[in-house]
Write a protein that binds this ligand. Structure first.
Ligand SMILES: *[C@@H]1O[C@H](CO)[C@@H](O)[C@H](O)[C@H]1NC(C)=O
Ligand SMILES: *[C@@H]1O[C@H](CO)[C@@H](O)[C@H](O)[C@H]1NC(C)=O
Ligand SMILES: *[C@@H]1O[C@H](CO)[C@@H](O)[C@H](O)[C@H]1NC(C)=O
Ligand SMILES: *[C@@H]1O[C@H](CO)[C@@H](O)[C@H](O)[C@H]1NC(C)=O
Ligand SMILES: *[C@@H]1O[C@H](CO)[C@@H](O)[C@H](O)[C@H]1NC(C)=O
Ligand SMILES: *[C@@H]1O[C@H](CO)[C@@H](O)[C@H](O)[C@H]1NC(C)=O
Length: 570
């Protein structure tokens, strides 16, 4: 009897060919969806999810050590940036990790694609039902009250215990998209007045109703001579925005009559990014292109138009794909500027660390990564924030390997109140801030109204600042003023590109990751901004105050090209 029963069971075993159940362990979770989102329903079991799997990298700490080694001015290796292969050796997962993760996927009949040069990212497609089984997850529909936008996420997921140390994390899971669709930080205040301010005959900054390239050249002592030694800039563009070439031409004719009006930019499209040139250009994209092409004279500028292809479920995917594109280049542009960001807490810690590590990879290659710090003061990317019971740092400004750019206004410059700034909850204070940030906190950190509202042990941002109000740009043939730290980041990027060109002309390497140099030496080439503050969450009284030295409103200050060259001995 016994054997009679046993035989069919044995025969039947392959039918149950389920992988033998693996022990699952909760890997990441969040207590609630981000403010503004509410649970709506379980996700349809058949809905197809595009998931990305991050494999544990072989030596991320080694990468960071190498990054500091080549980016800290007093080191013998300063400026000896790593090759693509050298960086990939730190980032590639071990063969054991690849085998462990692939075996798990094979056991579940899931095929995967490698989506990063070092093989540390895989993508898979699975229906919700399978993802829920595989990850012990509950993928659900969440609706954002303000916008009625829906997204499929889970508040918790698990991975098999035998994949710990091999599978770093899975995305999208607990990171939520920006409910507002990650609009550009530009546009505060949105005043679509049309005026003609580009040819200001009374002096470059005489017309206080509009900031122009001539004004910035005068304010920051920028050269008008062409950069001709191979210094290049990448401008990352999101949310379907693209710049209009005809507007750039009009802008150059009016604002840079000394340049060829046909000076243009290279275009790269990722994830179905578009470039229709049909008269619906994005304001942010036009701003970013006009104030890089129009300031970093003749430096090649590449606009990366990143779309929202089927594998792109939110802004972080788009950021990752942009960084992966840059990492895949043998000679990436030495500066990348991005005028978009999101609130740090909406991104899972593991995803945030991974993206930050991707910027470390680019830094090690000699690329300066600049991000606008945000337009919400201490209330995150935008004002007012959806909910702001404590100060909200922005991402990726809290990542130590990016240089975060805040904003100023008026001449002489003062902090502009929307300038994003504060302290990260994910990254502790980095060594390059070990003197400046405690100095600031000792004087200004104990304002009674701010007590307990921010994380004083975190990485402080922004690092630097630039003018951020009423930039004159051309959109559909007309001049309009735009404001935001979106103005500041391309401006600072252009300054770095011009400095890089002077370095390259002298046979020296580009600046690469800026922060250790900025805090040790570069600050002497910046103008410290010591007046103004940034605004608070809706009903708090104030955000942070500026101060002598670094502050979480304007960082170390605004650039002065001539003084930066002096600091560099050029
Ligand atoms: C400054 O801008 C205003 C408003 O657009 C314009 O009317 C005026 O002519 C400009 N001033 C100068 C000196 O160009
Ligand atoms: C600026 O000056 C140029 C050259 O003088 C002229 O062609 C152009 O029309 C002017 N633009 C504006 C907006 O006044
Ligand atoms: C331009 O093309 C984009 C993308 O195809 C489209 O969304 C937009 O409506 C077009 N605008 C005009 C004015 O045709
Ligand atoms: C920010 O500054 C502007 C210009 O001074 C002012 O009109 C505005 O009320 C300020 N906003 C906040 C929230 O303090
Ligand atoms: C504050 O920052 C530290 C260091 O980055 C971090 O470990 C801690 O979790 C943060 N605290 C909160 C409440 O987020
Ligand atoms: C500030 O506003 C929020 C949201 O409206 C509210 O929950 C909170 O109690 C208010 N705080 C103070 C100090 O008034």
């Amino acid at each position: 009897m016994l054997s009679f029963v046993l035989v069919p069971l044995l025969v039947l075993l392959p039918v149950f060919a389920k992988p033998f159940a693996r022990d699952l362990q909760v890997h990441e979770s969040r207590a609630n969806a981000p403010s503004g989102y509410a649970y709506t329903s379980p996700a349809s079991p058949d809905a197809l999810l595009s998931l990305r799997l991050a494999l544990v990298q072989s030596d991320p700490a080694g990468l960071v050590d190498a990054l500091y080694d080549v980016s800290t001015p007093e080191n013998a290796n300063y400026g000896n940036h790593l090759s693509k292969e050298e960086v990939e050796a730190f980032v590639a997962p071990t063969a054991e990790s690849v085998t462990a993760v692939k075996t798990w996927l094979n056991d579940n009949d899931i095929s995967s694609n490698v989506i990063s040069p070092a093989g540390d990212w895989l993508s898979i497609q699975v229906p919700v039902s399978k993802a829920n089984d595989l990850l012990g997850a509950q993928y659900s529909v969440f609706t954002h009250a303000g916008t009625q936008k829906q997204t499929i996420r889970t508040l918790s997921y698990s991975i098999p215990t035998d994949l710990l140390g091999h599978l770093d994390f899975v995305h999208p899971t607990i990171s939520f998209p920006d409910p507002n669709g990650t609009p550009p930080l530009v546009g505060f205040p949105q005043v679509p007045e049309r005026r003609s301010i580009l040819n200001d005959t009374a002096g470059p900054c005489a017309n206080t109703s509009g900031i122009t390239p001539a004004c910035l050249q005068s304010l920051y002592s920028l050269p008008t001579t062409p950069a001709t030694h191979g210094s290049a800039i990448a401008v990352a563009g999101y949310v379907g925005q693209w710049p209009q070439r005809a507007d750039l031409m009009t802008f150059l004719e009016d604002a840079r009559p000394d340049m060829s009006p046909s000076t243009t930019y290279n275009l790269v499209t990722l994830d179905g990014g578009i470039d229709p040139q049909n008269g619906s250009a994005g304001i942010e994209a036009n701003l970013d292109i006009q104030y890089t092409v129009g300031l970093a004279t003749d430096a090649p500028v590449t606009f990366i138009s990143v779309g929202g292809g089927s594998d792109v479920t939110d802004f972080t995917d788009a950021l990752l794909d942009t960084a992966i594109y840059m990492i895949g280049l043998e000679d990436p542009p030495q500066v990348m500027t991005t005028s978009y960001g999101i609130d740090e807490y909406t991104v899972s810690e593991k995803l945030a660390y991974n993206l930050c590590n991707t910027y470390a990879q680019l830094g090690a290659r000699g690329v300066s990564i600049l991000f606008a710090s945000g337009d919400g003061g201490v209330s995150g990317g935008h004002y007012p924030a959806d909910g702001c019971t404590t100060f909200l740092p922005t991402f990726p400004s809290g990542c130590p390997y990016v240089t975060s750019v805040g904003g100023t206004v008026d001449i002489p410059q003062t902090a502009v109140n929307f300038s994003g700034g504060g302290f990260s909850n994910y990254w502790a204070r980095p060594s390059f801030q070990s003197l400046t940030v405690p100095n600031y906190l000792a004087s200004y950190g104990s304002e009674p109204t701010d007590a307990g509202l921010y994380n004083a042990s975190g990485r402080g941002f922004p690092d630097v600042a630039a003018y951020a109000v009423d930039f004159a740009i051309v959109v559909e043939g007309a001049v309009i003023p735009v404001s935001g730290t979106s103005c500041a980041s391309p401006t600072f990027a252009s300054v770095v590109a011009l400095v890089n060109d002077a370095l390259l002309a002298a046979g020296r390497p580009a600046l690469g990751w800026l922060n250790p140099w900025l805090y040790a030496e570069g600050w002497q080439g910046l103008t410290d901004i010591t007046t103004g503050n940034n605004f608070a969450c809706s009903n708090f009284t104030t955000g942070f105050e500026t101060a002598v030295g670094w502050d979480p409103v304007t960082g170390l200050g605004t650039p002065d090209y001539a003084r930066l060259l002096t600091v560099l001995g050029l």
